[in-house]
Write a protein that binds this ligand. Structure first.
Ligand SMILES: Nc1ncnc2c1ncn2[C@@H]1O[C@H](COP(=O)(O)OP(=O)(O)O)[C@@H](O)[C@H]1O
Ligand SMILES: [Mg+2]
Length: 195
């Protein structure tokens, strides 16, 4: 699903609510049949680790960890066995074509490479929902296309819900569903969006 809306319309806030990073003032929210809105901070953190993957515009990799260690992190936090984690990291390094950079630190990678690592990190523990906040907003056209393809294919292959915040008509056209945030309300489609 593509989530559209002008700057300041609340797109990032909505993703943070879905992820349980921000707290609802009213209403209800469930992820994978788990009620999120009436849980304490620690419980929301555990649910978020298991059920949510997040991709940001500026990658947000852990700078002190290598590429492979960044990919291992969500698996460690979800108590995946070492053997399984090793296999999954190897598989995802192949999928994002960065096996040769597994022991490099994020700041030595290009933006496009960092975003591919970030996408793998968001998908590797197979969360139910993947939230991407302008994931191609800081990439050149070719890197953005590669990142988008990885996200769409990866989430499709694992039957995950994917919500992409975007200002790009081309990105929105690749999604099954498009919704827009206008004056605090969700609308189906892109009517009223200034591209
Ligand atoms: N429905 C809403 N309820 C409360 N605050 C909102 C709402 N929509 C937007 N905001 C506030 O507006 C500001 C901009 O929202 P943000 O999510 O960063 O917008 P966007 O990502 O669309 O640019 C934030 O400070 C946010 O708290
Ligand atoms: Mg935003």
């Amino acid at each position: 699903m593509a989530l559209l809306g002008r700057s300041g319309s609340g797109k990032s806030t909505l993703l943070n609510l879905i992820a349980g990073i921000e707290v609802l003032q009213r209403g209800e929210l469930s992820i994978a049949d788990q009620r999120m809105h009436d849980r304490c901070d620690d419980e929301r953190t555990l649910l978020r680790r298991a059920h949510i993957g997040f991709v940001y515009q500026f990658f947000n990799l852990v700078p002190t960890l290598t590429v492979a260690e960044n990919l291992s992190l969500p698996l460690e936090l979800n108590a995946v066995s070492d053997a399984d984690a090793k296999d999954r990291v190897t598989l995802w390094l192949q999928r994002i074509e960065l096996a040769h950079l597994r022991d490099s630190f994020p700041d030595t990678l290009s933006g496009g490479e960092q975003q591919r690592v970030a996408i793998a990190r968001a998908l590797i523990h197979k969360p139910s929902v993947v939230l991407a906040d302008e994931p191609t907003g800081n990439l050149d056209a070719a890197s953005g296309e590669r990142a988008l393809q990885l996200l769409l294919e990866g989430a499709g292959r694992q039957s995950q819900t994917l919500i992409i915040v975007t200002h790009s008509r081309a990105v929105a056209e690749r999604c099954d569903r498009v919704v827009s945030l206008l004056d605090g309300a969700i609308h189906e489609g892109a009517d009223g969006v200034a591209w």
